[in-house]
Design a protein around this ligand. Structure first.
Ligand SMILES: [Zn+2]
Ligand SMILES: [Zn+2]
Length: 345
């Protein structure tokens, strides 16, 4: 089978590898579509925070946002049956520690993350995955199913913030995760959902996907505009999904007392000047990693159209055009959202 392999300084290469066999508890999957995300670019560039002290073990297959069709069940696996369209959870815990036992395998100290570290990802024709973390998504297209992973991150953000009726939510960032978190906040019943980003195209997309109002985050008076819109009240929930530190500074200005602030981006810069601002306002700060416990919910929200993925797909590339695909995502830009690699051509 063909597989993309990351070779450290020598970059990515498409290689022929033996067909993998599913072990006990695993399923063999014919991969249909794989999203490329910022994490993949950072792994390949060697700039991902997990790899600041050197790249992943090499060679290594990336790809953590994927869909595929079950072809074979390993020993002891009852399903999903061959022929089923599935996707699978990224983080795989040890299954034995106290965090795994309460379904928080995203924080398991012994976990691996599919296509990120410790376990090969899905940028290959055939992928093996633990059956227990493989979910049917027969109501979605293969392209949409590859976006369950970023959607689940948005759903987990809304769940962490306990978004509910009465809440006014602002999502900062209009990339895939921001658009997903905005839709998830609506699905959770927020009374008003706002989105701010710098790209006019992404603002228009957010309105198309149901944002009640959008704001140009690059405008000088961006914060006053939002405050005016909220009659000076600010918001109950901020979901930071841009990865831009300026956005986290804005978050504090937009948050009303008792607000919940979800942080999805990974930052290594200082943030608040003093802890006093957090204490005085009793803010709840919710840094999040991964999306444990929300995959079936995410799939059902997508199957019912409450979260739309198709409008986020801005490019599709056969796997042998991976260089172009990675370049397009690496460059980014106002029109680039989710690009998919198609391992079956
Ligand atoms: Zn990702
Ligand atoms: Zn564990």
């Amino acid at each position: 089978m063909k597989a993309l392999r990351y070779h450290g300084d020598k970059g990515l290469r498409l290689e022929d590898l033996p067909t993998p066999t599913p072990g006990r508890g695993e399923v063999l999957i014919e991969v249909q579509a794989v999203g490329i995300c910022r994490t993949d670019i950072e792994i390949v560039e060697g700039s991902h925070p997990f790899y600041v002290d050197g790249g992943p073990e090499q060679p290594f297959t990336p790809g953590h946002e994927w869909s595929g069709i079950v072809r074979e069940l390993g020993e002891g696996v009852a399903g999903p049956p061959p022929g089923t369209l599935v996707t699978g959870e990224t983080g795989i815990g040890c299954g034995r520690c106290d965090l795994c036992r309460i379904d928080q395998h995203n924080a398991c100290p012994n976990r691996v993350e599919t296509g990120i570290f410790g376990r090969d990802g899905a940028m290959r024709e055939l992928h093996v995955h633990p059956a227990l973390l493989t979910y049917p998504c027969t109501g979605l297209s293969p392209d949409e199913a590859a976006l369950v992973e970023p959607a689940s991150v948005g759903v987990y953000a809304a769940k962490r913030a306990n978004v509910r009726p009465g809440d006014r939510v602002i999502v900062l960032g209009g990339g895939s995760i921001g658009q997903m978190a905005m839709q998830a906040s609506r699905a959770f019943g927020a009374t008003e959902v706002l989105l701010a980003t710098r790209s006019p195209e992404k603002l228009a997309l957010a309105r198309q996907l149901g944002a009640d109002a959008t704001f140009d985050a690059s405008a000088q008076d961006f914060v006053p505009q939002v405050m005016e819109h909220t009659h000076g009240d600010g918001v109950h929930v901020v979901i930071e999904a841009s990865g831009n530190i300026q956005s986290l500074h804005d978050a504090i200005k937009l948050a009303r007392p008792l607000a919940r602030i979800v942080i999805l981006g990974v930052f290594d810069q200082p943030w608040v000047q003093t802890i006093g601002v957090l204490v005085a306002n009793e803010y709840t700060i919710l840094p999040t990693v991964g999306s444990p416990g929300v995959w079936p919910l995410t799939i059902s929200l997508m199957e019912r159209g409450r979260i739309q993925a198709q409008p986020l797909i801005s490019g599709k590339f056969p796997m042998d055009q991976y260089q172009e695909a990675f370049e397009v995502v690496g460059r980014g830009g106002p029109r680039v959202l989710k690009c998919l690699v198609m391992p079956q051509g």
